[in-house]
Design a protein. Structure first.
Length: 179
């Protein structure tokens, strides 16, 4: 039974990896649709919490898929998820890089790059909305999400200030019984 789950994890994440226009974060809406809505492997809260843990860890954003695998099936799940999400997309990127190198400055390639930019941004925006919807379970969480988003978007200060303020407010809110 566990072997079947490992194969499913690998195949699901391999398919998701091929959608990674804009990086791993841009694939989160599809991952949420499959992992939460279709398969019910994780709850929306577990999905959002796992993403939050991955984002606070140093390293690439793709680590979230390894953590999903870990949560689903331990170390074997982590390995299956990591190979699934990195393997196919890496091979595709290698192949595309070869084509791009041969194409040089071709007009079609410039148009393709120009068209993929808004697509990647749209996918990342959808990921942000999806994660906020799953994580914002109360008025306090919604306020922290909006305030931190506004701070990062409209301030020239480091996002670390928003992270520190959010952490401090969470501790205070927890002690006050608001969480």
């Amino acid at each position: 039974m566990k072997d079947d789950l490992l194969v499913q994890i690998f195949l699901r994440f391999a398919g998701i990896s091929l959608l990674a226009v804009g990086g791993a974060v841009a694939t989160l809406p599809e991952a949420e649709r499959q992992i939460v809505s279709q398969l019910h492997w994780l709850t929306p809260e577990q999905f959002a919490q796992t993403f939050a843990i991955a984002q606070t860890s140093p390293g690439p954003n793709v680590i979230v898929y390894s953590l999903f695998g870990w949560k689903l099936a331990g170390l074997a799940g982590l390995i299956a998820a990591t190979l699934g999400v990195l393997g196919p997309s890496s091979l595709l990127a290698f192949g595309v890089a070869r084509v791009m190198r041969r194409a040089g400055e071709a007009a079609w390639l410039a148009r393709l790059k120009q068209g993929l930019t808004p697509l990647a941004i749209g996918l990342m925006a959808a990921s942000g909305y999806l994660l906020a919807r799953a994580a914002d379970s109360g008025i306090f969480a919604i306020l922290v999400t909006v305030a931190s988003s506004a701070f990062v978007a409209f301030s020239s200060r480091s996002p670390l200030w928003a992270m520190a303020a959010g952490a401090a407010l969470s501790v205070i809110a927890g002690r006050a019984g608001w969480l």
